[in-house]
Design a protein around this ligand. Structure first.
Ligand code: AHG
Ligand code: MN
Ligand code: MN
Length: 333
């Protein structure tokens, strides 16, 4: 399905309508999504100017993941923190780029809202002008009566909103929030607003496209090798696309059908993708769009997190393909 361009449904209008339809719960969620939209525009501007503004390359720091922090990772992270600090509508933020959960000053009643964020996904692609993006998830904690955030973390099926952006040939913002479907907005540079272009996204149930870093093949366990053998040769007309930015591979899979895999491998028993701000938000979104999300052995949305930066093997894609992958794991364990 191609985009349906609507002149009059801006992100602002869309969020106002959602608030009116269900004012008691929706207002805070819509406000958070609105602020995320504002942040995405800001980051996109910097992405576009990165190579001219000295924003390419790394900062010299290593983050909690043991990965080099790129200048744009830091900028994007700071933008999320600063803008949400000012907005006062969430109590906590967990980010890929911050070791600890950060408590934000907020207005009364907002303390329970936890935002999880991968400020910039696909960092290795920043310096070569390949699509990157941001991912967010929004949770409402049951209480704030805990001494360690680990006691309060919730599985992905408790998310109340999640989404991602793409800083590519266009700025896209795709999200889902409680009570509504998955929708994709495209930034109109002339008008300075997000316009609804992909309403009510549903992922095709079948597809021949798969995305995986096959260089890890010999380090995968046998069932995972069988899964990828099946995707590669077990079906007619199969084809690979692998960008190395989860958001980009995910977005193509969502619109055209397909499956993205980052399985565990020797040396990375849980793979690479982080549960709270990568796997779970995208798992929730793709599930709402009719797709599947699994580690191969369990549903990603059922995993109860025990640490802010934990990882999980990640398989996201078309429902029938994901079901087949789960079957292969079941039968080969
Ligand atoms: P990040 O840039 O936020 O650290 O995430 C990178 C992730 C993901 O975007 C991508 O699919 C994957 O790393 C690529 O990893 P490989 O280079 O190991 O294939
Ligand atoms: Mn990432
Ligand atoms: Mn990142």
């Amino acid at each position: 399905m191609g985009p349906v361009i609507s002149d009059n449904i801006t992100l602002e209008n869309y969020l106002a309508d959602a608030e009116n339809a269900s004012p008691e719960n929706q207002s805070q969620i819509a406000q958070v999504v609105g602020v995320v939209g504002k942040i995405l525009k800001r980051i996109y501007k910097s992405v576009q100017r990165a190579s001219l503004a000295g924003l390419t390359g790394d900062t010299g720091a290593i983050n909690i993941q043991g990965e080099e922090v790129q200048k744009l990772d830091e900028f994007a992270n700071q933008t999320f923190v600063d803008v949400f600090k000012q907005a006062g509508i969430i109590g906590y933020i967990i980010s890929e780029e911050m070791n600890e959960v950060v408590r934000l000053d907020c207005r009364e009643g907002s303390e329970n809202y936890l935002l999880t964020v991968d400020p910039l996904d696909g960092s290795s692609n920043i310096d070569v002008n390949v699509t990157i993006g941001s991912i967010f998830g929004l949770y409402k904690l049951d209480n704030t009566d805990w001494s360690d955030i680990r006691e309060a973390l919730q599985p992905g099926n408790k998310l109340i909103a999640s989404g991602y952006s793409l800083y590519g040939s266009a700025l896209d913002f795709v999200f889902w929030m409680r009570g509504s479907t998955v929708n994709g907005f495209v930034y109109d540079i002339d008008g300075g607003e997000f316009i609804l272009a992909y309403p009510d996204i549903k992922i095709p149930t079948e597809s021949r496209i798969y995305s995986v870093n096959a260089a890890n093949y010999e380090f995968w366990d046998k069932p995972t090798q069988k899964v990828v053998d099946y995707l590669r040769t077990g079906r007619k007309e199969s084809t690979t696309r692998y960008v190395g930015s989860l958001v980009a591979d995910f977005h193509r899979s969502l619109l055209k059908g397909g499956v993205y895999l980052y399985p565990a491998h020797d040396g990375a028993p849980c793979g690479k993708i982080r549960l709270l701000y990568e796997a779970a938000p995208l798992a929730k979104l793709i599930t709402e769009a009719g797709g599947g999300a699994t580690t191969g052995r369990e549903k990603i949305l059922d995993i109860a997190p025990t640490a802010p930066h934990q990882r999980c093997p990640t398989i996201l894609g078309s429902a029938k393909v994901v079901a087949e992958i789960e079957r292969i794991y079941r039968e080969n364990n």
